[in-house]
Design a protein around this ligand. Structure first.
Ligand code: TRP
Ligand code: SF4
Length: 329
């Protein structure tokens, strides 16, 4: 299958991204033709005032991907703004995208209600799903791995494809389907959504000391005051982390040890640390060996491959729109 997915470059990746997105991408790249890109234009839609260094952030994002196991020999990796065809298709799709579809988008409405510290009443933010549609259909993607919040965007993408086919009387695009990640969302160490702004995340690039100081400080079952008090793992975040990262045997030991006060919370956190380190340590080693020039090289290669696909598709699109004589190869 042809797969396309993107991530906005808004900062370093954490364990939540790894479980929810990256693991999925890594699995998919084995058996599919994958295009993974940095959605730097999309980042601007909410952060145009933030003076982000998007070039640096994009580079760091790709580095995180590579450390986590995205393999440039299997996947095509590139930066959205390097392929101008995304913008060209976006302009054309905007001409045929009804405002009602965009204004009714539940993700859009949620964000407008939630984001209060930024002014996102912009054309760019309203038409975010149109650009996302261009990202996807430019490459004939059949499937798009996304989180639950992105489902309405895929719905809009399919609607735009159908409308295009109808208006220009030719079928040149693939209707993409979503691949929802199965893993439940990992909460931050304070029980809130894992996020940079809450300072509650363990990053893929954290040192062992940083990981441990975050784990050590994390709240556990509040009823378990003394070491001899039995605890309830179901109300403890550390147990969630065990379920996400530890093996069956350790999870069982935690469950029993906690309920019977057979283990202390520090010991329990140490086990959790070693499960997390099994994932992070190889990433750290990879980070040591990977050179900036290598990343430049990977991005150049990716750009070439993406550009080839994208320009081929834009020829079809422009023929369909401007010559109204659609030829599908
Ligand atoms: N909107 C996506 C997100 O925030 C990022 C994205 C942009 C994307 N373009 C895409 C994801 C195309 C999948 C396909 O997560
Ligand atoms: Fe949480 Fe583990 Fe302590 Fe139980 S023993 S309260 S699961 S940290």
């Amino acid at each position: 299958m042809r797969i396309v997915s993107g991530m906005r470059p808004t900062g370093k990746l954490h364990l939540g991204h790894y479980l929810g997105v990256l693991q999925n991408w890594i699995k998919l790249q084995g058996e599919n033709e994958c295009f993974f890109f940095v959605a730097d234009w999309h980042a601007l839609s909410t952060s145009y005032e933030d003076k982000l260094n998007l070039k640096k952030l994009s580079f760091e994002l790709v580095k995180d991907w590579l450390c986590a196991g995205i393999d440039p020999n299997k996947s095509t990796i590139f930066i959205q703004s390097h392929i101008k065809e995304h913008a060209e298709l976006y302009v054309l799709l905007n001409m045929i995208s009804p405002l009602g579809w965009l204004e009714r988008n539940p993700t859009y409405k949620d964000q407008l209600a939630q984001i209060k510290n930024k002014d996102i009443h912009t054309a760019g933010f309203l038409t975010y799903p149109v650009l996302q549609t261009a990202d996807i259909i430019l490459y004939d993607a059949e499937a798009v791995p996304i989180g639950e919040d992105q489902k309405p965007h895929l719905e809009i993408a399919r609607e735009i494809v159908r409308r295009f086919h109808h208006l220009f009387n030719c079928e040149i695009f693939v209707e993409p389907k979503e691949l929802l990640s199965q893993t439940p969302r990992l909460l931050g160490l304070d029980g809130r959504k894992m996020s940079k702004s809450y300072n509650n995340a363990i990053y893929l690039s954290d040192t062992p000391d940083e990981v441990w100081s975050k784990l050590r400080a994390a709240k556990t079952d509040p009823q378990r005051v003394k070491r001899t008090d039995p605890g309830n793992p179901e109300v403890c975040l550390i147990y969630d982390y065990h379920k996400a990262f530890s093996d069956e045997e350790t999870i069982k030991k935690v469950e029993e040890g906690c309920r019977t006060a057979g283990i202390g919370c520090v010991e329990c956190k140490k086990w959790c640390m070693s499960a997390i380190e099994k994932i992070l340590e190889p990433m750290r080693q990879k980070r040591e060996t990977i050179k900036d020039e290598e990343i430049e090289q990977i991005l150049q290669e990716g750009e070439k491959k993406a550009k080839k696909e994208a320009s081929k598709k834009m020829e079809q699109v422009n023929t369909a729109i401007f010559e109204i004589s659609c030829k599908v190869e």
